[in-house]
Design a protein around this ligand. Structure first.
Ligand code: WQD
Length: 373
């Protein structure tokens, strides 16, 4: 498809103060049609920023653009192409004169990364290098990077703060740490770069409208989408990996974070960098741990459905307990998660019920003429 949708977002409300600084700034979201990218695009529009999506749709569906138009009333600009195509990314930066970049694009399945390490390093590390080489000749010097709490590996204690030692245990986690190192080296070589690194814990849930949400292809690796598919009748039962962990109920504990809180964290990060704040590396979580059984019971309450399950042996590579110390994100970004596990399950179920087959039920987008590379 050719052509170029122009985002007609012109905030009518003008509010003096720092917000004035960021109004109408365009922000490039690589991987912007994905789960977290699409939710971040909505949050950015609400904050007076203009998201420019860049996606090859290898792990997302163009139909999300229809949904974003329905949700925001705006036809977002979307550039279809591969972040590894540096010339394409450079053309996009030139066309849109973006003031900041949020780099979401990448592969994120831990188990798959063990089987396909070269692909993960190529896409995750090569993709960041390509984006940075495209941005470097421009005046844009603000970049937010989507990193992961897996850089900490299996922590000696919890909660985990940003001073904890690195112990990445998969090519996926190592690729994230390599990207962080590349960004640190770049900022060291040229202090005009402002880098924000966000280490996600476990993003779950969906926008309250049920128009956008998590749409994994095939059998979900992650807990929340699997539970959701059992509740809606798409899967027979949940296999709970391990009931013998040293936790309150014997099942694994994680720091689940509502994807809309995560999106708000990205807006806070971009606002800080655009207002010339220094770079940072922060954990994005709630600071609360919830067990697998805790998620299951919360989901049953939210959905009114029984989630059939059985206990099976531990999954290799899993750790017992994993949740964040989020005080640095609060002090650095003025950000704190506001939604709890019940909100996450309510919104995840709302999305699942309204979209039993995810986005696959829709045809390609008419909301946004895609600019093919
Ligand atoms: C959560 C808990 C499982 C599925 C992963 C990635 C990590 C990050 C977030 C990118 C664990 C249990 C799960 C199932 C289960 N993604 N579980 N049955 O493993 O904490 O983190 O997603 O950054 O990189 O590793 O999330 O949702 O897979 O598992 O019992 O069918 O649910 O054992 O205790 P995880 P998860």
């Amino acid at each position: 498809m050719t052509g170029q949708a122009v985002c007609g977002f012109h905030p009518t409300q003008r509010v003096a103060s720092r917000r004035q600084l960021i109004l109408n700034h365009k922000v490039l979201l690589t991987g912007g049609a994905g789960y977290i990218g699409s939710h971040t695009a909505v949050a950015m529009l609400e904050a007076g920023l203009i998201p420019v999506l860049l996606d090859d749709f290898s792990n997302s569906d163009p139909a999300v653009l229809n949904r974003l138009k329905q949700l925001t009333g705006h036809a977002l600009t979307c550039e279809r192409g591969d972040v590894l195509d540096t010339q394409f990314v450079s053309d996009v930066m030139r066309r849109h004169q973006c003031s900041a970049v949020v780099h979401f694009a990448g592969l994120k399945a831990v188990g798959e990364s063990v089987e396909q390490p070269l692909r993960y390093y190529r896409v995750n590390v090569g993709g960041l290098l390509s984006v940075l080489e495209a941005v470097q000749p421009t005046t844009c010097r603000s970049i937010v990077f989507s990193s992961s709490a897996t850089v900490y590996g299996d922590p000696a204690t919890v909660p985990i703060d940003e001073t904890f030692p690195y112990a990445p245990e998969s090519p996926y986690a190592r690729s994230k740490l390599m990207c962080e190192d590349i960004l640190a080296s770049l900022a060291m070589s040229d202090p005009s770069w402002r880098v924000g690194v966000l280490r996600y814990f476990n993003p779950v849930g969906a926008h309250a409208s049920g128009l956008i949400g998590e749409d994994p292809s095939g059998i979900p690796n992650n807990l929340m989408p699997f539970v959701s598919q059992v509740a809606v009748g798409k899967r027979e039962k949940l296999r709970i990996f391990g009931k013998d962990y040293p936790t309150a109920d014997g099942t694994g504990v994680r720091d689940y974070l509502h994807v809309c809180d995560l999106a708000d964290g990205h807006v806070a990060a971009v606002k800080r960098l655009l207002s010339q704040g220094p770079g940072f590396t922060v954990n994005l979580g709630t600071g609360q741990g919830t067990s697998v059984l805790g998620v299951l019971h919360a989901f049953e309450k939210a959905s009114g459905r029984t989630v059939a399950h059985e206990f099976v042996p531990r999954r290799p590579g899993d750790v017992a307990e994993y949740f964040a110390n989020v005080s640095l994100a609060e002090s650095t970004l003025g950000w704190r998660a506001s939604r709890n596990i019940d909100d996450m399950c309510r919104d995840a179920w709302n999305w699942q019920q309204k979209n039993p087959e995810g986005y696959r039920s829709e045809t390609a987008s008419t909301a946004c003429e895609l600019h093919a590379a």
